[in-house]
Design a protein around this ligand. Sequence first.
Ligand code: M6R
Length: 366
Amino acid sequence: SKEGFDHFMLKEIYQQPEAIQHTIERRLDDEGYIQLDDIQLSKLELNAIRKVYIVACGTAYHAGLVGKHILEKALQVDVNAEIGSEFRYNDQFIDDKTLVIIVSQSGETADTLASLREAKSKGARILSITNVVGSSVARESDDIFYTWAGPEIAVASTKAYTTQLVAFYMLGLYFGRLKGTLSDQLYKQHLNELQSITKQVERTINNCIEPAKVIAEKIKDSHSLFYLGRGLDYTSALEASLKLKELSYIHAEAFAAGELKHGTIALIEEGTPVIAIATQTKTYDKTISNIKSVKARGAYVIGITTTDNEDIEQVCDKTIYIAKKSDLFMPILSVIAPQLIAYYTSLAKGNDVDKPRNLAKSVTVE
Ligand code: M6R
């Protein structure tokens, strides 16, 4: 049931703090270390891994893009994130020194499952991140990380995505400790930061509701909209634009902010809405310059940034502030405003929020 919410999607957005907390807390042992019962990969086996592929579709693929950043740091090997429908036909070099991480909320997505089977037949170790116990993906994997998001009914994925991100942070910590690439001090520090996110997600949802409604009214009649970001803000921009496309039917695209000058900026006209995600400290100033350049060409710019970046107001028409964490953890918080913007825009346009046109919750055909 929707439990008093107008739509499953809104309910699921609000369930995120709880879903995240479940996903974390159930895995901590008495001493506060991560324990993963469904992961058998040993230290020896982990040390033998030379390459990692993360394979998924849609929103789960976007979680994989964040996972790549996390696992490269933790494992210190090459990690590639690939789309299921591409990976299965790409003839990648895969052997028994390859770890393939499959991400799928439903565990039934055809292209993702076919990729799993393809990689398995070549000898890869298969670890899956899924939300459905006993799903095809879970049954055919060597190791499993279950997200404890609870059932996700709305076609647009929200709590499955944020718990998939949590899964990657936890795997990063777990593997980093197992492999010895992470000091005990850093491990504890990161884990604390992850645990404290639950409250911040809750606050971020509450703070973003009103601004998201205002933005929805502003953009609902636009033909196109652009999301900008760099690094992990770019991965959030990709997820943000998918969410807006599938729910509002507005042509939304994500651009790596630094790529604008190589062609994309030609699309900016007077009044074109641009939503810039600027949470990464490393590239913040660069993103500000990119905002200035779209602004100079007439864009209506909405900034999403952390509370310490008030100077952004000088270059944006509107700003949404979110809680601050270290750069690596920002994707969980930076996706919330876009989820709500997509939700309220769909609502404002009178679309079927929970069942957008042409889409199915689980894509079991090619
Ligand atoms: O069940 P899966 O995670 O394998 O589904 C993958 C995609 O079909 C799914 O994430 C889709 O992109 C969502 N509708 C996005 O909101």
